[in-house]
Ligand binder design. Sequence first.
Ligand code: ZN
Length: 387
Amino acid sequence: MPTLIKNAEVFAPRALGIRDVLLSGATIAALGEKLDISGRELDVIEADGRWLLPGLVDPLTHPCGGGGEGGFGNRTSELEAPAFIEGGVTTLVGALGTDSITRSLEVLYGQVMKLRAAGLSAYMYSGSYRVPATTLTGDLARDILMVEPVIGAGELAIADHRASHPSLEEIRRIASDIHLGGTLSGKDGTLFLHVGDGPSGLDLVEETLCQSDLPRRLFYPTHCNRQAALLEQAVDFAQRGGYADLTVSTTPELLAAGEVSALEALREAIEAGAPASQFSFSSDAGGSLPHYENGELTGLQEAKPSALLDLLRHAIGDGPAAPVEVIAALTRNPADALKLRRKGRIEPGADADLLLLDPADKQLSDVFCHGRRLMGDGQITMNSNHS
Ligand code: ZN
């Protein structure tokens, strides 16, 4: 039965005011003021002025766990669907990360399909930190073309002591393969880059762009707020039309060591003249937050899927950036960067991935993905062996 959400304060992510939204099957069928749908049998949800947002889009998660830096005792666990639903995340992309030896793309694929079975929109990157690229089929272009949940490769690491220190030629070849696979499959393809705190930052990306005909939108660097110099490079990258991702999960130690908080980084980028539409936030959920001093690992925490919702709550309070720009960076911007064109927006024809949130107590009451109500009245409704 179609669902009508009445009298919601809609952020599409643009602020539209009080609207009604009609969901039909997996998509948004209509959006308007006081929709007249007389004579149809409907499930009606009275939003009563609560906020209706697109479901959050998280471009970097580690569904099969991450970490292991400092030894096996530091491995983090697999992520389960309820953690994403409670965090308002309806679309996520899974990545391997640092360890592609004791974790594999096959296991990641299994986890992604498990999250889909629980009702979420889950995708994955092929590859890992390392070069030559880790693949499912022996070829990055083939992975993108033949394996439906694969929308690109990542996190390929640059400017990091844990990276394979890829050469310009290697990056250019990998990016070309992704571009080819993305073009042939219609997915467009994304090279999601883990940028470490090495001084070269985005230099390799800019050199690759200079020495090829590859489009800038193919490259999607993350952790761009890990230090001021990298953020400056990311501002320049965004001004030229690229998408840059800011990591929300952090620790007091990382901030003391020069990381710029994600909200502050967005504000600084906008003040520096970068278009806000080119920035996104990611949680890095399941990844470890290692802290190094003089190259020695001195501490480790685990990033959580709830990090994005926590950021939004902070922004609603007295955060330094306007909530609408923050909401866009949590929804439409990452969807556009990943070329998931039906995600991250509330408009007719878009996927019915929606959140209802009470701005007074900042609590989520409802989560829809593909029109399925995964949370209702604050309770998870999905069937799961793990809830
Ligand atoms: Zn990373």
